[in-house]
Design a binder for this molecule. Structure first.
Ligand SMILES: NC(=O)c1ccc[n+]([C@@H]2O[C@H](COP(=O)([O-])OP(=O)(O)OC[C@H]3O[C@@H](n4cnc5c(N)ncnc54)[C@H](O)[C@@H]3O)[C@@H](O)[C@H]2O)c1
Length: 285
C-alpha cells in the first residue's frame, strides 16, 4: 500500500512536530485543527524550525522550501484526506473515538487510523469504530523532529499487515519503530510516571525545591529534570496521562496523580505553551 498523503489531526505540541517530520521526509501533509489560533502557531513554529535547520546547514534552503510547500493547514473537516491519519488531539478516550468513527464514515475503506495517544489502549479507541482492524497506535515522542523512538501498538483487532505499513512509514520518517503491547501507557509512559510522580512527591514533602530536583536529575545523566520535562510536554497533557494510567490500572496507588500538578492544570499553568508552568517562559509564542 502506497502512503502518499498523511493527515495529522491536532496541531498542538505533537501534531506540529509530526507534520514537520512527515513533510520533511516527502509526504504530502495535511495539518488539521478545530482551533485557528493553534493552526497559525503551528505554521509559524514549523517555519521557524525549518529555517533554523537550514541556517545550521542540516537541510538546504531548497529542502526547507519543498517541505513547507508540502503542508496544507486547515480547519475544514471536509478537507481531511490521506491514506494515513495520525490523530494528536486531546488525551481523552471519547474525543479520539468520536474523531475516528466520524472520519471512517467518509474516508475510503483502506484508510489507516493511527493514534498518538500516550496512555489510552488502542483496543479501547478502536472499540467505537466500525473497522477496528484499521486502528493502530503510532506514539511519537517530544520533540517529534528530534526523538527517534516511535512506539507502534497493535490493538486486539488491528490488522497485522497495517501494523507493518505503519512501521514502514515510521522508518521512512527516519524514526525507529518498536512494536509494543497494548497496555495502558505502553512501555515508556508507564515507566516515566514514576520519574514525574516521585519528583512531585519529593516536592510536596518539601524534601527539596524543584530546581534542586531537576539539577540533581540532570547531573545523574537525565537530559531534562522532571519539572522542565513536564513543562515541555505540557503540564495539562502530562496530568491527563497520569490520570488515565491511574484509572486504567484500577487506581493502583503507584500511579496516583499529585495535587501540585492538578493545581497547575486548573490555573492554566501548562508549561512552555502557555508561558508558565513550573517555570516561566517570557519568550513563548
Ligand atoms: N506533549 C507530549 O509530550 C506528548 C508526547 C507523545 C504523545 N502525546 C499525545 O499526543 C496527543 C496530543 O498532545 P499534545 O501535547 O500535542 O496536545 P496539545 O494540547 O498541545 O494539542 C492538542 C491540539 O488538538 C486540538 N484538538 C483538540 N480536540 C480536537 C479535535 N476533536 N479535532 C481536532 N483538533 C483537536 C487542540 O485545539 C490542540 O491544538 C495526546 O494524545 C498526548 O497524550 C503528547
Amino acid at each position: 500500500m502506497d502512503i502518499k498523503t498523511i493527515a495529522i489531526i491536532g496541531s498542538g505540541t505533537m501534531g506540529t512536530g509530526i507534520a514537520q517530520v512527515a513533510a520533511t521526509q516527502g509526504y504530502s501533509t495535511i495539518l488539521f485543527d478545530i482551533n485557528d489560533t493553534a493552526l497559525k502557531k503551528a505554521k509559524l513554529n514549523i517555519e521557524i524550525a525549518l529555517e533554523n535547520l537550514a541556517q545550521k546547514q542540516k537541510i538546504t534552503t531548497e529542502q526547507k522550501d519543498t517541505a513547507l510547500s508540502r503542508i496544507r493547514y486547515t480547519s475544514e473537516f471536509s478537507e481531511i484526506e490521506g491514506e494515513l491519519i495520525i490523530e494528536a488531539i486531546v488525551e481523552n478516550l471519547s474525543a479520539k473515538q468520536e474523531l475516528f468513527s466520524t472520519l471512517e464514515e467518509r474516508l475510503p475503506a483502506t484508510t489507516i487510523f493511527c493514534s498518538n495517544t500516550s496512555s489510552i489502549p488502542i483496543t479501547q479507541i478502536a472499540s467505537a469504530c466500525k473497522y477496528p482492524e484499521r486502528v493502530i497506535g503510532m506514539h511519537f515522542f517530544n520533540p517529534a523532529p528530534v526523538m527517534k523512538l516511535v512506539e507502534v501498538i497493535a490493538g486486539e483487532a488491528s490488522d497485522k499487515k497495517l501494523v507493518e505499513i505503519v512501521k514502514k512509514v515510521a522508518q521512512n520518517m527516519q524514526k525507529v519503530p518498536i512494536l509494543v503491547k497494548d497496555y495502558p501507557g505502553f512501555i515508556v509512559n508507564r515507566v516515566a510516571r514514576h520519574f514525574y510522580g516521585e519528583s512531585l512527591k519529593i516536592l510536596s514533602e518539601q524534601v527539596a525545591e524543584m530546581e534542586q530536583i531537576d539539577e540533581l536529575l540532570e547531573a545523574t545523566g537525565f537530559k531534562m529534570g522532571a519539572f522542565k520535562l513536564m513543562d515541555l510536554i505540557g503540564v495539562d497533557v502530562n496530568f491527563a496521562v497520569t490520570v488515565s494510567l491511574f484509572n486504567a490500572f484500577y487506581q493502583d496507588a503507584r500511579f496516583r496523580p499529585n495535587l501540585i500538578q492538578q493545581k497547575k492544570v486548573e490555573a492554566k499553568f501548562w508549561g512552555r505553551k502557555t508561558g508558565k508552568g513550573f517555570y516561566t517562559y517570557p519568550d513563548s509564542k
